[in-house]
Design a protein around this ligand. Sequence first.
Ligand code: NAD
Length: 498
Amino acid sequence: MTEQRTLAYWQQMAATISIEGRAFIAGDYRHACSAETFDCISPIDGRVLAKVASCDSADADLAVSNARATFDSGIWSRIPPAKRKTVLFRFADLLMQNQHELALLESLDMGKPISDSVDIDIAGAANSIRWTAEAIDKIYDELAQTAEDQIGMVTREAVGVVAAIVPWNFPLLMASWKLGPALATGNSVVLKPSEKSPLTAIRVAQLAIEAGIPGGVLNVVPGYGHTIGKALALHMDVDTLVFTGSTRTAKQLMIYAGESNMKRVWLEAGGKSPNIVFADAPDLRAAASAAASAICFNQGEVCTAGSRLLVEESIREEFVQMVAEEMAHWKPGNPLDPETNVGAVVDQTQLDTVLGFIAAGKEGGADLKVGGEQLHKESGGYYVAPTIFNGVTNQMRIAREEIFGPVLSCIGFDSAEQAIEIANDTDYGLAAAVWSSNLSKAHRTAKALRAGSVWINQYDGGDMTAPFGGFKQSGNGRDKSLHAFDKYTELKATWIAI
Ligand code: NAD
């Protein structure tokens, strides 16, 4: 394993890896109907990794009609749940057997550190598939408590054809949060990966076949949002649209659903999460370390990034200094080096966005404490120094908009009431954290926060057992846990007269 954890190992593998760029429909790879492709560019060094099928509405029609036919055939939708479970276990096993190849594709494609790709993205995706598969034959339907001469059965049925549109920041992991419950409940899926990170989705479609998932049950259509994404969202034969991505796109998808067949739309969208540190935090050094990690992990390209650090005024200067010291451990470098903990941001556009926000922070009067510049320009890739702004007010652009980069905004507060007010003064409601040794204060604050996940004396804890999703403009519905099944099933009431 040590040999595998070297830069040379991954570079050697990168030099010889064969990359598939075609779409996957009805169990086979195929070019886009138009034969169009787009360049898949690595943010590590700006080189073209592959030509990828640029799917559009013709491919959407083909994929959806195959998904529909497969669903109606019952070859997957009507087999016993325990059989689907066994096949999905094999799928999860295959993800792990191909863990290094998939991890390498993820890092090459979107620039994240290879150690994270191996241990978090691919291992997490396999775990997500396995967790949901394990549950599927242990969930029971209901009988209504009703009149003596009636039986009221409440059953859950697969919705049918699911379109899943996913982002680039955790490409396979976000896809797996959809695929696990969608496939376990018997649906057929058309998966659209981000045009910025299509490679692992394309590859795992083949592994699904190897695992025994019938062709047509999992289709993958790479391409742009405004072409294939829009076509799926407007499609009259898609029953449910599940999405992870920006709030801007999420709103557009609701419009498309309204303009077409009123398909169900479930949205996991953006965030601007507050991380609240009271002066009585049990361990300020641990809180500072977590605050740095909360904005540097995955280059800050995390929906739950702790991008607003709210610090009690009496310790603000001291604490921000500690965060700066902790941030020094987060160093952007070659994503293929297993020691690297901050990789490249996903592309030139994202780099420009992040640098634009840094400029806006300076212009807005925030105090640039650390970072603020582009790094490793000579590599041809896109790297940004982890950045801290102190003295930020919650009205500044850097405190209001999702930056999706390693840029932290520190805001002072004087009381718990003021911290809660600032924390909730945002369009988003995805996550939040509270640090205090006072159990009652921590709990009262957590309760008052309008967010789907709240952490106390930690940042970003949790696993598959709890639902994940947002309040307000961070979305609706939940991924993970048994609650995720709500998105992929319809409730049916059947009344029997006896
Ligand atoms: P994005 O909205 O730009 O794109 C997401 C997906 O939507 C991509 O596949 C894209 O091609 C597609 N898309 C774009 N426009 C479309 C359209 N008009 N019609 C149909 N599809 C369209 O988001 P992104 O930049 O890929 O991802 C970053 C965003 O994702 C951030 O806002 C982040 O907070 C969010 N995110 C949320 C969660 C969560 O669970 N809440 C998790 C990860 C990322």
